[in-house]
Design a protein around this ligand. Structure first.
Ligand code: SF4
Length: 104
């Protein structure tokens, strides 16, 4: 009997795909997408504040314990994307400069 260990190349199958950010099939000059707009869906936000922990220069909690974007340029794009990915409810929508939604 042989043990078959199936190893996928991408071990992060439980992670959120990074298609828009590191698309090797695309012809993007830069690895990271330039973020044009960040929106917090207040209906989804549960105030977990993960985004604030990751990007305190961008997000803060308002008086209703909902995250708000107070400075879209308060962190580099990579950090903002990390913050969006850290949100347990995917309440943070990220768009590139052309208005394309790149996350989630
Ligand atoms: S991580 Fe998500 S749920 Fe938590 S405060 Fe930020 S937007 Fe809200």
């Amino acid at each position: 009997m042989s043990q078959d260990t199936q190893e996928n190349q991408s071990s992060s199958d439980k992670e959120i795909p990074q298609h828009a950010w590191d698309d090797s099939s695309g012809e993007k000059n830069q690895k990271s997408v330039r973020i044009g707009k960040i929106i917090v869906d207040r209906n989804l936000c549960i105030g977990a504040a993960s985004c604030i922990a990751v990007a305190p220069g961008v997000f803060q909690l308002d008086s209703e314990n909902k995250a708000v974007v107070y400075n879209e340029k308060g962190a580099d794009d990579e950090t903002i994307l990390l913050a969006a990915k850290s949100c347990p409810t995917r309440a943070i929508l990220v768009f590139d400069e052309e208005g394309n939604q790149v996350y989630p």
